[in-house]
Ligand binder design. Structure first.
Ligand SMILES: [Zn+2]
Length: 253
């Protein structure tokens, strides 16, 4: 039922109207999906179940109320845990999930730079390799699934380091494996990128240790925070969080 309604909405409405109407439409849908089996920390509602997404390249559990996926919910919980006073912070957030952006905006941070280089849905379109922000000006950067798209990722990381205040932190995620990083700038065919790097617009596949090393070489102190070490089994199950999922919490000394 969910996927039928979603397809119907996507086919009937232009994308600008969909953006504006997404959350009101989801609210109309809520009485049909509410329940007590699962809970979403983003929209703070409970449901009969999350929506299974089983595509060839993507498996996830979508919240029917706000569209959050597993990593968005873990990030929300991590922000609750580690950054309970968002209103005091200067935040840069790359390609934010729509609902998380809404939540953070509602908390009225001291500054919130929501940015998306390839779409106009955010208020800023920063180039991550040349940030138009002062050095030492940010408390928190959220860079989820960004660096694997950037040819000069070291420059992007360096810009994040530059703009963070001392004691500032960047929360990052990239797709990674326990192997060496694979990258080759001469590979530009989307099919080859999909095969080698996991997605048509990715320019590398990181090795976990190498990703950390690149950040550490710039001065970051990186901690790997694993969901199962942060939250109890009941929370992981109820919110459908992946126990093995890692947030790279990068501290600028
Ligand atoms: Zn939700």
């Amino acid at each position: 039922m969910y996927s039928i309604l979603k397809r119907l909405a996507l086919s009937l409405l232009p994308s600008s109207a969909l953006d504006a109407l997404e959350f009101p439409l989801r609210s109309l849908y809520y009485p049909f999906v509410k329940g007590d089996k699962v809970h979403c920390p983003c929209c703070n509602r409970s449901y009969k179940s999350f929506q299974e997404m089983n595509r060839e390249d993507f498996e996830d559990q979508l919240c029917p109320g706000c569209g959050s996926i597993q990593r968005t919910r873990l990030l929300r919980e991590y922000l609750n845990l580690e950054f309970p006073k968002l209103q005091e912070l200067h935040i840069l957030h790359f390609s934010p999930h729509k609902y998380l952006r809404k939540i953070i905006l509602n908390e009225k941070p001291a500054n919130y730079y929501d940015t998306d280089f390839v779409s106009t849905r955010c208020r800023y379109q920063f180039d991550i390799t040349a940030l138009e922000l002062d050095s030492n000006s940010l408390d928190l950067i959220i860079a989820y699934h960004i660096f694997e798209h950037i040819p000069n990722d070291r420059l992007a990381m360096q810009e994040c380091f530059r703009t963070l205040k001392p004691n500032g932190r960047m929360l990052a995620q990239v797709p990674w494996r326990e192997e060496r990083t694979i990258e080759d700038p001469s590979i530009t065919d989307p099919k080859d990128r999909l095969r080698l790097f996991g997605q048509e617009d990715h320019v590398r596949y990181y090795g976990r240790e190498d990703f950390i090393k690149r950040l550490e070489e710039l001065g970051f102190e990186v901690q790997e925070k694993k969901a199962q070490d942060l939250f109890d089994a009941n929370t992981l199950e109820k919110e459908s969080l992946r126990g093995e999922e890692i947030i790279f919490d990068c501290f600028k000394p």
